[in-house]
Design a binder for this molecule. Structure first.
Ligand SMILES: [Fe+2]
Ligand SMILES: [Fe+2]
Length: 186
């Protein structure tokens, strides 16, 4: 069980390591493509936070004696760069919408990784993984709030709203105390 959880943790971290690279490149294109100075600064800050996440995830992989996937890295660079260029062509709404949707998935992935870390005896990773989930939560709400300002927003079906930020730690603590060795349903 412990080894299984460690394998799950490693594969999630490998995916996250490359996903952060793709996101950082995509956000670089994104903030260059918007005109509003506040939006530029906010998306640039989000880009910086994705680079920071990548360093943190890379350090965890190192501690687990695991290496990122070269194939995933090449794919991430291509996806990130293509998305970055598309931001200049697709208009304002699509990149904001796409980013918000993606960020909501990132929250869940770091929450799940924190549970695999707990269940494989890597407790020292938990706080960092939950903090990254919280930062992704901030990213999601930022893009949601931007999409909400668009004139099409009332007619636009939005992705599922994540539960309140506090629930990231509350649900983790509750599950750890009540039902150890569990991963919550998506
Ligand atoms: Fe991130
Ligand atoms: Fe993010």
């Amino acid at each position: 069980m412990r080894e299984h959880n460690e394998q799950q943790l490693i594969s999630l971290l490998k995916m996250a390591y490359s996903a952060e690279l793709a996101a950082a490149y995509a956000y670089r294109g994104h903030w260059h493509s918007v005109r509003d100075p506040d939006e530029r600064a906010s998306i640039k800050r989000i880009e910086d936070e994705e680079w920071h996440h990548r360093r943190l995830v890379g350090a965890m992989l190192g501690k687990l004696n695991a290496r990122h996937s070269r194939f995933q890295e090449v794919k991430a660079v291509m996806i990130g760069r293509v998305l970055g260029v598309l931001c200049h062509l697709s208009g304002w709404l699509a990149p904001m919408y796409g980013a918000g949707r993606l960020e909501s998935r990132n929250i869940r992935e770091y929450e799940i990784a924190a549970r695999h870390a707990r269940d494989s005896g890597h407790e020292s990773f938990i706080d960092c993984l939950l903090t990254m989930a919280e930062v992704e939560w901030e990213h999601e709400i930022y893009f949601r709030s931007r999409v909400a300002t668009h004139r099409w927003a009332p007619r636009l079906p939005l992705w599922l709203q994540p539960p309140p930020k506090e629930s990231i730690r509350h649900s983790f603590e509750r599950e750890t105390n009540e039902v150890p060795m569990s991963v919550p349903p998506a």
